[in-house]
Design a protein around this ligand. Structure first.
Ligand code: SIN
Length: 290
């Protein structure tokens, strides 16, 4: 299958035109897309897709095992009501409510800088988000390249950060982003808390990225609270400078694939409730960060 690939920014990202994955795709094509995604720094938009849920899941499995796959971890309990009723591998994001009063998806998902599921021992690698319905304007998603942000630091700062570890805890987002009543008790039992290197290396190409995010990182291991906060505040300011960003303006049918190991993202919720937004996401379980 022929397709055209164009860079999205000077630094990272690629967009693909001319593919119709709904008409079927070979393992070779899927593996080529995974390779092109790695080469593009872990951000790829495949335009104009009408994938079924089964095809979305099948393509996602070429990146790795999925949260919700048989014998794999589900996402945290707090979001279980947003999982697709027929496909536990699909997490739904939406501002809409069904006629039975149940939400069609998590409203306001990811409206803060974060890396998906960074609070697990094996956090997310790729997330594959398929835009089914989007508002006429707004609802963009912004990505920040944490490999470029790391590279831009001085050698002295890299030497300070390289040996450090940080704690990631779903409770940070639960406290600041979720209404208290939806926090399930068993989200606090330790499964959603993990210690990761502050600078992680992608095994595919040995590139290093900052790996802390305001959504889920609670503190840097072994430092006083004030020291930890000062470093995190510096990194959060540093890592969202304009030269590290790409802002995606969605079209219906866009399939956006990002690498949570080297990108943070932020969903901009600037659209009203009467303008529907409905997206489906498969989330790939990554390796233990090193
Ligand atoms: C997410 O964090 O997965 C949601 C992104 C979006 O809705 O744009």
């Amino acid at each position: 299958m022929d397709y055209e690939i164009r860079p999205l920014t000077q630094g990272f990202g690629a967009e693909i035109f001319g593919l119709d994955l709904a008409s079927g795709f070979s393992d070779n094509l899927a593996q080529d897309l995974v390779g092109a995604w790695v080469d593009a720094g872990g951000l790829m938009v495949i335009h104009n897709q009408t994938l079924s849920s089964e095809q979305h899941i099948a393509l996602s499995r070429h990146f790795g095992p999925l949260f919700g796959d048989p014998n794999e971890s589900p996402l945290q309990d707090t979001v279980s009501r947003y999982i697709h009723p027929d496909h536990p591998e699909i997490y739904r994001v939406s501002n809409q409510v069904s006629t039975d009063g149940k939400p069609k998806g998590r409203k306001g998902a990811g409206t803060y800088w974060h890396s998906d599921v960074s609070f697990r021992d094996r956090p997310a690698q790729a997330s594959l988000l398929h835009a089914k319905t989007i508002p006429p304007v707004g609802g963009d998603t912004i990505f920040a390249d944490q490999a470029a942000a790391y590279e831009a630091l001085s050698d002295g700062m890299k030497a300070i950060l390289d040996p450090l570890y940080a704690w990631h805890d779903f409770e940070v987002a639960a406290r600041t982003q979720y209404a208290k009543p939806v926090i399930a008790e068993n989200d606090m039992d330790g499964a959603n808390r993990a210690r990761h290197p502050l600078v992680r290396t992608k095994p595919e190409n040995n590139s290093k990225s900052l790996f802390v995010n305001p959504g889920f990182t609670s503190h840097i291991d072994g430092l006083d609270a004030a020291e930890s906060q000062a470093i995190l505040d510096f990194l959060y300011q540093h890592s969202i400078q304009p030269q590290f960003l790409y802002r995606h303006r969605w079209n219906e049918g866009d399939l956006l694939i990002w690498d949570n190991r080297s990108l943070m993202h932020f969903a901009v919720m600037d659209y009203p409730d009467d303008e529907p937004r409905y997206m489906e996401r498969c989330t790939v379980i990554g390796e233990t960060p090193a």
